[in-house]
Design a protein around this ligand. Sequence first.
Ligand SMILES: C[S@@+](CC[C@H](N)C(=O)[O-])C[C@H]1O[C@@H](n2cnc3c(N)ncnc32)[C@H](O)[C@@H]1O
Length: 245
Amino acid sequence: MFLRSNTFISIVLNKVMAPSNKKSGSTARGKDNPSRKKLKASSARWMERQQKDPYVKAANQHGYRSRAAYKLIELDKKFKIFRPGQTVLDLGAAPGSWTQVAVECVQPKPDGSSGVISVDVSPITPIRGAITMEMDFLSSGAASEISKILPRQLDVVLSDMAAPSTGHRQTDALRVNVLCETALEFAMEVLAPGGTFVAKVLKIGAEQHLVEQMKMNFKLVRHAKPPASRKESSESYVVALGYRL
Ligand SMILES: C[S@@+](CC[C@H](N)C(=O)[O-])C[C@H]1O[C@@H](n2cnc3c(N)ncnc32)[C@H](O)[C@@H]1O
């Protein structure tokens, strides 16, 4: 059986290396260190932005793990992605707000015939109605590990995967687009006819060939920048509807 309601299942496939506790040299710790001051200033800016952000407030009120929940809610409102009874794969799911939204929308069945599978390289605190898997989706064997637990073809594949920023726009975009490409390849193996693929891309132009590939395999492909996605962020989403097997 695929998903059992009231069951929390966490499959830990890859132990992620714990971050090193090694401290940098003594100069880096000095009070007057310029990079420390810079860091303080950027943390203060981040705090201020979080406090003013209506999506952060709403996420806190509704119990979503992050403001990112509203990006998916807005995409769903526009493209009608979810229906009760569906099976969904959520790639790059931590901390879990997209999974929370997907679970609310598909309403996992007690017989396990619908639900959400959530994958991330970081751990995801269990979410009722979802199977959580800790693994690097780019690692060899990831696709077959996920395929092993799929009960049937999927209705929706989501990818909000993003590698940590290097600060170099082109490099970041290429890394996100590789994640999107890998997710698309997998989606085309596991989606049912008529299925939906939603993925984050960083727009630099290089994502164009991905969009072309989607257009060949889906009835409708659209770019979308949901209002909850920050204007200053170059992220946007590609929504591909109606998978043609
Ligand atoms: C923007 S966050 C996702 C937020 C999530 N959608 C939510 O609503 O909570 C991007 C996620 O992609 C994950 N990620 C990046 N590279 C990955 C990889 N190779 N395999 C699995 N997850 C990855 C990161 O660990 C991070 O948690």
